[in-house]
Write a protein that binds this ligand. Structure first.
Ligand code: GLC
Length: 359
């Protein structure tokens, strides 16, 4: 018998805030920024050692088509996703939102607040909204210096906290705060406790990830699916090829079948699955990603009920199948046909019907 104890007020509040998220299971990640213009992955600036002044010129070429976020939101919905998380600022430092802290932002470069467009698009499809925000910043003059120089740290933390405040204030209700990379400071250096307290004051229902150096609400295994210890929420984030940002040459696409297997495993083990698109510079989604998501959506249209709201499932092991569970119902997701005689953990069963997952 497990020991029963009263939940703390904080634990109860977390259960309340995270109910929709646990049920949702499946979300869309969007990596979009100036790096799309280069089309060589979102780390190009760092990996290729491109000087700031040269990289900045990409902003002049950044001229997205009208409202690309509407296409993303429709596609997310069609794929059976329930929420979207977009890069408001990636490591390159370019802000897709309106900010008083820098001119290096979309509204001052192309006259559009791309975060506002994103929020409107997601909301109009009934999807929840998440903001990815990179603490690490290759553009800001204090972005690296802050690790050695206390004055620089103070300036930079003011900048970061100020932008987080803007994001939490100017776009209505935000459901998820998705920080990334707490290099080069620790949670203490970023003053993350203070920052997240502000976030929660401005957005009482928000769910915060663990990448400001504090555990907060959920963990973020990357490019693999692995559950957390019992009681700890997690979300596996993954690319459809090998790149988060648009990469012209990367054609190593996963099949819809493989993506569905990951999603099923997440649902089986009590996690969520955040699947990425890397739109092109004009905001359009690579055709391969569109086709994969449509195919996944077809399956979700029929079998989404085996995923949404699934609870952690103890039946895990089989050579031919995966499992999800809700209450007393166990779903067997068959990868290949095992023959007419088979058993799960000693339980013999007769198959009444079966459908193939599309390739
Ligand atoms: C890694 C990458 C980054 C990407 C992130 C997504 O931190 O550095 O580019 O945005 O993963 O989780």
């Amino acid at each position: 018998m497990s020991e029963k104890r009263e939940l703390t007020a904080e634990e109860q509040d977390r259960i309340r805030r995270m109910k929709w998220w646990h049920e949702a299971k499946f979300g869309m990640f969007i990596h979009w920024g100036l790096y799309a213009v280069l089309g060589r992955h979102e780390w190009a600036m760092e990996n290729e050692g491109i000087p700031v002044a040269e990289y900045e010129k990409l902003a002049e070429k950044f001229n997205p088509k009208p409202y690309p976020a509407r296409d993303w939101a429709r596609l997310a919905k069609e794929a059976g996703m329930k929420y979207m998380v977009m890069t408001t600022k990636h490591h390159e430092g370019f802000c897709l939102f309106d900010t008083e802290y820098t001119d290096y932002c979309a509204p001052k470069v192309c006259g559009r607040d791309l975060v506002a467009e994103f929020v409107d698009a997601a909301r109009s499809e009934g999807l929840r909204v998440g903001f990815y925000y990179s603490l690490m910043d290759w553009h800001h003059p204090d972005g690296a210096r802050c690790a050695q120089d206390e004055e620089a740290r103070r300036r930079f933390v003011k900048y970061i906290h100020g932008q987080v405040r803007e994001l939490m204030t100017n776009y209505g209700k935000i459901d998820i705060m998705w920080y990334d990379v707490h290099w080069p400071l620790s949670a203490e250096g970023w003053e993350s406790a203070k920052m997240n307290k502000m976030v929660r004051e401005l957005q009482p229902d928000i769910i915060i990830n663990n990448r400001s150096g504090l555990p907060e609400d959920f963990s973020t295994p990357e490019q693999h699916v692995r559950g957390e210890e019992a009681g700890r929420a997690w979300e596996a984030c993954m690319t459809m090829n090998e790149s988060w940002g648009y990469h012209k040459a990367d054609d190593s696409w996963k099949t819809p079948r493989r993506i569905l297997r990951y999603l099923i495993t997440c649902a089986r083990d009590g996690g969520n699955y955040l699947l990425n698109i890397g739109p092109k510079p004009d905001g359009s989604v690579p055709e391969e990603s569109v086709q994969i998501l449509k195919s996944v959506g077809k399956w979700m249209g029929k079998y989404g009920h085996t995923i949404y709201g699934a609870e952690p499932c103890e039946v895990k092991r089989s050579t031919f199948a995966n499992f999800t569970r809700k209450g007393n119902t166990l779903w067997v997701h068959v990868h290949f046909w095992p023959g007419s005689e088979w058993a799960i953990g000693g339980l013999r069963a007769r198959v009444k019907s079966a459908t193939l997952i599309p390739d």
